[in-house]
Design a protein around this ligand. Structure first.
Ligand code: HEM
Ligand code: HEM
Length: 213
């Protein structure tokens, strides 16, 4: 028999998340920010095009001479090093994602996102239920995008594999586009948790750190 639960029994955002999820969350934040830093540096300070003239200028200042093509190779080497770092951080992200997928299936079945959605769908309608479901579906969209980012990133990372050549260009385009959706998600998420902490769900951020209810 399906009995409608009492709305006050589900604490919505007041329930701490399991330790594994909290650890995963903060490690992922760290890796995503590190990855983002390489993207920012790669498109600014280490942008190859901007550095060709810098290399030429420096060599000429020391009395040497260097062609634009030679300077291009030097500038390219530095930008290449940075993208290598992005790739290694990307492997870390892919490993974290795999761990998250295993967690979702193996650990604390009643605390998975799907279980939370299933449970709350049985509750009477109301603004709090709507908001809670919006956030949970948001997490699912985020995980979908994040998985796509890792898959396309891995395709780019293994570009020398001939069987991946036909999907290289689409993967590159997708990788470039999805980044903006992820940035949008991060901004909304950050604004959401800060607002939640300040108003209705005080302590939500410290609960995500210390796990105390
Ligand atoms: C938060 C996650 C990530 C963001 C925001 C991000 C962003 C980017 C951006 C903006 C580019 C440059 C695209 C271009 O102009 O061609 C790029 C390239 C790349 N990404 Fe990611 N990425 C992320 C995750 C990953 C992951 C998980 C991997 C997996 C290993 C990865 C591997 C690569 C590779 C191999 C390249 C090509 C680098 C090159 O040009 O040599 N990325 N990424
Ligand atoms: C790179 C940036 C971030 C990403 C991609 C991200 C992603 C996520 C995801 C996917 C979840 C859901 C976890 C789950 O139940 O499976 C989550 C929860 C949460 N995050 Fe973040 N997060 C980021 C940064 C932050 C920051 C900076 C804070 C704190 C200021 C924060 C605070 C929280 C809190 C409090 C929750 C739990 C909310 C709830 O009870 O539903 N996050 N985050």
């Amino acid at each position: 028999m399906n009995v409608t639960p009492d709305p006050s029994t589900y604490p919505y955002f007041r329930e701490p998340k399991p330790a594994f999820i909290r650890l995963w969350h903060w490690l992922s934040v760290l890796f995503i920010l590190a990855s983002l830093s390489t993207v920012i540096f790669g498109s600014t300070l280490f942008r190859m095009r901007n550095n060709i003239s810098v290399v030429q200028e420096q060599v000429e200042r020391k009395g040497g001479s260097i062609t634009a093509d030679q300077a291009r190779s030097v500038a390219h080497e530095y930008s290449d090093k940075l993208w290598m770092l992005h790739k290694y951080i990307g492997y870390g992200i892919a490993a974290l994602l795999l761990w998250r997928i295993i967690l979702e299936d193996r650990v604390s079945k009643e605390k998975t996102i799907r279980a939370r959605i299933r449970l709350v769908l049985r509750y009477p309608d109301g603004a709090e239920k709507k908001h809670f479901l919006f956030v949970q579906y948001g997490y699912m969209v985020f995980y979908g995008l994040f998985i796509l980012m890792a898959i396309t990133g891995l395709i780019l990372a293994f570009e020398d594999q001939s069987w991946l050549k036909p999907v290289h260009e689409p993967a590159k385009t997708l990788h470039e586009i999805i980044q903006y959706l992820l940035y949008t998600y991060m901004i909304i998420h950050l604004a959401g948790v800060i607002r939640a902490d300040l108003y209705k769900y005080g302590g939500i951020v410290s609960r995500m750190i210390n796990g105390k209810g």
